[in-house]
Ligand binder design. Structure first.
Ligand SMILES: *Cc1c(COP(=O)(O)O)cnc(C)c1O
Length: 434
């Protein structure tokens, strides 16, 4: 199925945006719009920059939550990333993408017995248990299956306050993990385990960190807390996942993380720890940082209209595919970087409010965005959109369905998810007789 294509809008070569040499008009004509376009050069750049700067003792795990597309997961795995995931579908995605079971961890506060069985079936590195009840359930299931030496990690809700995250995940009442205070006295509980061995700890402090010293500060606290807890619990730390949540700049008032300063600071706290625990596998888990810069949400302008002095571009896709653009972590609406992909190199001389096709006034992706003059048929791109895109958006709102996803790799555009059809939306439904 092709998306909206308005003929007669051919673009002058050289003006439009290219992805690895492929003009966006060609991608849009081939796969339709709206679509997400991902670029492996950008994925590699994000991963490799971090990999080359981080201490070698740290393994990078990709958090599939940020972008669960199987080709994205597979590509990051070829670069060396493991997988951190939270559902059976994500587990299956990682396995099919080629991630080795020993490079997979499964976390999440609400794992079902089916989830835990799937982890045992796959033989993943560790289940990250988020309560002592879950740990005992895993132990019971593993015992029933006559397994031995199944590794589990415990997610800690540390009792210090995090610095610097827009969305703090620890240090306050949370449904995630086990309070550090509870864990300190849990040695007798661990002694009751039969088939499961607690082999490590996990802590995740939040997302969208943009200040390197906050990450370093939090990591130092986690390392210290983990060391103390492992002593209290009488366990050897074989794995320690100290989270991640590195941010990227979306808005005018934000700046990208200083990776050199971050990795230098992390080196200072990691190196002495790694020396004391040479057998401990250190994991940093990241979603947004790895995929966000590599994705562009591509829509086609259907109508350009004016209302009471404000100019609107109505495009064929909107917040149904890109909920984050409505505003994240703030009550003040700020715009993602939005560009005319058709007139990519022209000066932005006009201001438009960019709306989608939904019948709700909230379907606005950008307010008073500076763009070159826009005509119906032009392609508009929301940049830095490779994380928390369609999978974190109400794609079925007004039954528009999931957009196409395209991965540009080695100078060629590949369809990595086809757009939802009307049948995809109707097939699971039942019309009963009246
Ligand atoms: C969401 C989440 C991540 C990924 O967060 P990013 O900010 O995308 O890197 C990692 N770990 C846990 C536990 C999460 O909940």
């Amino acid at each position: 199925m092709t998306g909206t294509h308005i003929p007669g809008t051919s673009t002058t070569a050289g003006q439009e945006r290219h992805f690895q040499g492929v003009p966006i008009s060609e991608i849009a004509d081939t796969f339709g719009t709206p679509a997400y376009v991902y670029d492996t050069d950008e994925l590699r750049h994000s991963y490799q920059h971090l990999r080359d700067s981080l201490p070698a003792a740290i393994d990078i795990f990709y958090s599939l939550k940020a972008n669960p597309n199987i080709s994205i997961c597979g590509y990051l795995n070829t670069l060396g990333a493991g997988a951190e995931l939270s559902s059976r579908a994500e587990l299956e995605t990682a396995l099919r993408a080629g991630v080795a079971p020993e490079d997979i961890i499964f976390l999440g506060p609400g794992k079902t017995e089916e989830d835990l069985h799937a982890c045992l079936d796959a033989g993943i590195h560790a289940v990250v248990c988020e309560s002592l009840e879950e740990l005992h359930l895993l132990d019971a299931l593993a015992t029933e299956r006559q397994l031995t030496d199944v590794q589990a990690m415990l997610r800690v809700n540390p009792d210090f306050h995090t610095k610097g995250s827009g969305l703090a995940m620890g240090g306050k009442p949370r449904q995630f993990g086990i309070d550090a205070g509870t864990l300190r006295g849990a040695a007798p509980e661990l002694a009751r385990l039969c088939a499961v061995r607690v082999s490590g700890l996990h802590a995740y402090m939040g997302t969208r960190f943009l200040n390197h010293s906050d990450v370093v500060h939090n990591t130092a606290q986690i390392l210290q807390a983990a060391e103390q807890l492992s002593t209290d619990l009488g366990i050897t730390l074989e794995t320690l996942d100290f989270g991640g949540g590195l941010g990227i700049a979306y808005f005018d008032n934000e700046k990208d993380l200083d990776i050199e300063a971050l990795t230098a600071g992390l080196g200072e706290v990691i190196t002495p720890f790694a020396t004391r625990h040479p057998q401990c596998r250190l994991i940093m888990e990241l979603g947004r940082f790895l995929t966000a810069p590599a994705g562009t949400y591509v829509t086609r302008a259907l109508y350009v209209k004016e209302s009471l002095g404000e100019e609107f571009v109505v495009a064929d896709g909107g917040t149904n595919h890109h909920m984050a653009a409505v505003g994240i972590g703030s009550f003040v609406k700020r715009n993602f970087p939005i560009t005319s992909l058709t007139h990519y190199h022209e000066p932005a001389t006009r201001q438009y409010t960019l709306a989608g096709p939904l019948c709700t006034p909230n379907d606005v992706i950008g307010k008073r965005v500076s763009l070159p003059p826009v005509q119906a048929g032009d392609l508009i791109g929301v940049e830095r959109s490779g994380a928390y895109g369609p999978s974190a958006s109400p794609v079925n709102f007004l039954s528009h369905g999931h957009p196409a996803e395209v991965l540009v790799h080695d100078g060629k555009a590949h369809l990595v998810r086809r757009r939802a059809t009307v049948d995809d939306l109707l097939e699971p439904q039942h019309l009963i007789g009246f």
